[in-house]
Design a protein around this ligand. Structure first.
Ligand code: MEV
Length: 385
């Protein structure tokens, strides 16, 4: 799949449980090396499940391709000519994608934006395309490359870069949930206290990009793990997520700065209401999914066939992963649970094998010292016994 390959770097593939999305139980395959992410999603999903699980929707799978036009005599007039030619341009784009058009997809719209840059005025043409169940990069890139000379001719301009944008704002997914007070309580904290602390944590993320980055990293822990398990391009999803987090989005963003992708408010019944909105350009067809047999198995485990259904589940995963992280941060702190699970990784790093891994991890947890130097000493003791 990649060039000059000398081997595979494997990741653990785990299954998170308890998640209910739109009334349907979904087992969630997650490929991730970080301990406690799979456990946290399962835990968060159990809390949400008691209030009916997660409701999720996703837009039709429309991607945007961009064409850069330069050396314009009159940018506004060029823009007008390109917009007038929309039917012809859509026809040219669709000619390149007969299979996609036959499945109900294809080019949908042309827009053009005049842009002042450090290198002069440019016209940026946007092609919107329904890519059906693909991630869509190849289809969109093929279409914009075919269109570039035509729009350059119409605009009387020179065509520059043409490629899709990962800021897939027409491919948003939305997940929302309620959490009752009782499942939030624990570690000596009442449910009301936990609600208040989670709302305060969210308010901090809204006001501070340093915290928002980590808040969103927690969301992406779950989303990336599902993306990798299903053979999707997680770099594209990451790029889209963080670009979207930086665009003005009403109440979620204060003045267009980097903002959390989720929001948490007090629900009418005193519990929590959470919502996540973000672009999720994911596919269930395409070479990268088909080239990896386990990716097809992962989709089968989730009983997912369409890109829209996958985006809905991934949005639900991101929201619940965020809830689990905020709940842990607000109550016991993340290190207690995390270090218990991290102990196995430290044991492996110290050279433990087979049953030694759990035995060594248990010794470190009971001592409260989860460090590689200590693990090496304890491993020697276990082996000398
Ligand atoms: C760790 O991988 C993710 C968290 O830092 C997320 C957060 O702080 O919200 C726990």
């Amino acid at each position: 799949m990649a060039e000059n390959a000398i081997g595979w770097l494997s990741l653990p593939l785990g299954i998170a449980t308890n998640l209910m999305v739109n009334g349907r139980d979904v087992l969630v395959p997650m490929a991730i090396e970080e301990p406690s992410v799979v456990a946290a999603l399962s835990h968060g999903a159990r809390m949400v499940r008691e209030s009916g699980g997660v409701q999720a929707t996703a837009c039709p799978p429309e991607m945007i391709g961009q064409i850069q036009l330069l050396d314009l005599a009159d940018a506004e007039a060029a823009r007008e000519r390109v917009i007038q030619a929309e039917p012809e341009l859509l026809h040219i784009a669709n000619e390149r994608q007969p299979a996609m058009v036959a499945r109900g997809g294809g080019a949908r719209a042309i827009e053009a934006h005049v842009l002042a840059t450090s290198q002069g005025v440019m016209l940026i043409v946007h092609l919107t395309m329904n890519v059906c169940d693909a991630m869509g990069a190849n289809a969109v890139n093929t279409a914009v490359e075919a269109l570039a000379p035509v729009v350059a001719g119409l605009a009387g301009a020179r065509a520059g870069v043409r490629v899709l944008t990962n800021l897939a704002v027409r491919r948003l997914a939305r997940a929302s949930c309620r959490v009752a007070l009782q499942p939030l309580a624990g570690h000596g904290a009442a449910g009301e206290d936990v609600v208040m602390r989670i709302i305060e944590a969210h308010a901090w993320a809204e006001a501070d990009p340093y915290r928002a980055a980590t808040h969103n990293k927690g969301i992406m822990n779950g989303i990336d793990a599902v993306a990798i398990a299903t053979g999707n391009d997680w770099r594209a999803i990451e790029a889209g997520a963080h670009a979207y987090a930086s665009t003005p989005r009403g109440s979620q963003a204060s003045g267009g700065g980097y903002a959390p992708l989720s929001s948490w408010i007090r629900a009418d019944d005193g519990g929590l209401h959470g919502e996540l909105i973000m672009p999720l350009a994911v596919g269930t067809r395409g070479a990268s999914v088909r080239a990896q047999p386990l990716a097809a198995v992962a989709l089968k485990i989730m009983r997912i066939e369409s890109a829209v259904a996958l985006a809905e589940v991934m949005a639900a995963v991101g929201l619940v992963q965020n809830l689990a992280a905020l709940r842990a941060l607000a109550v016991e702190g993340i290190q207690e649970g995390h270090m218990r699970l991290h102990a196995r990784q430290v044991a492996l790093a110290a050279g433990a094998q087979g049953p030694e891994v759990d035995a060594l991890a248990k010794r470190m947890v009971s001592e409260g010292k989860i460090r590689e130097a200590r693990a090496i000493i304890l491993l020697k003791e276990i082996r000398d016994r």
